[in-house]
Each structure stands twice: as C-alpha cells, then as structure tokens.
Design a protein around this ligand. Sequence first.
Ligand code: IDP
Ligand code: MG
Length: 139
Amino acid sequence: MTERTLILVKPDGVRRGLSGEILRRIEAKGYTLVAVELREATPELLSQHYEEHVGKPFYEPLVEFMMEGPTLAIVAEGNAVIEGFRSLAGTTNPTSAAPGTIRGDLGRDWGLKVMQNLVHGSDSEESSAREIGIWFPNL
Ligand code: IDP
Ligand code: MG
C-alpha cells in the first residue's frame, strides 16, 4: 500500500483561514487526499496523539491550544509522503523555519507558552499508523 501520513491544520491555522492554503500546498505537491474532516479535539484524544510529550513543560499549554477551536484532520497519501510533508511544513519553530515552508511563510512567534506553528505531520511510519488510528479509526 502507498504510504500515508496524518496531517493536522491546528486551531491557529483554521482560525486564521489558512486551511485552504495548506490543503492547496499538499495537493500542489502531488499528494492525494484520503480524508479531510473538521474536528474538535478532546483531552483524551490529545493525550494519545501527544503521548511522547506528556509531562513536558509545554504539554498543558499545548493541550489548551489544541482545544481553542476546530482542527482540520487530514490523511494524505503518496510515496514518501511522511518525509515529504514534514519538508513542506518546515521546522518546529516558525521563526527559524525556512521561507517556502508552511511554518516559514505563514507562521510566527506570538510570545505564547506554546509554539503556534499551524500544522502537525507524522514523523515516522510507526507514528503515522498510530496517529491515523487515533484520528480515523475507520480507515
Ligand atoms: P513537531 O510538531 O515539529 O513534530 P514536536 O517536538 O513533536 O514538534 O512538538 C509538538 C508541538 O509542541 C510543536 O509542533 C509545537 O506546537 C509544540 N512545541 C514543541 N516544542 C516546544 C517548545 O519547546 N516550546 C513550546 N512549544 C513547543
Ligand atoms: Mg512531532
């Protein structure tokens, strides 16, 4: 089966009206959309999704941020899509993310406890299988 990844347009991206621009970049790159759904994250879902960050200083602010509004959950498909989308997204910190990337072009530091950086993308085949199972158990 072709590789799949879980992408989230986080609440800052949806609120700022950037869902379409982010979907456009995924499609323009050539990846196929498998699922696209506007969702309200719950603390239970987020503790599974961000399992590796539970207990870190930015964990509570991260959960609060992810519940500020709806998130656009996306599954995209294509060869090497996991690495390819991480490359489109840019590095975690939007201040230093390269121009040309989603975070580099559209994100900035807002002086908050958690970095608002518009998107999430799975970082490995293991994470993508786990995260797609959390957000889209029927896929
Ligand atoms: P990633 O989203 O680039 O994979 P992760 O290290 O998995 O980055 O962190 C998850 C999310 O937590 C980030 O996207 C960002 O919103 C937030 N975050 C990560 N590290 C920090 C930090 O040091 N300070 C504040 N927020 C952070
Ligand atoms: Mg991550």
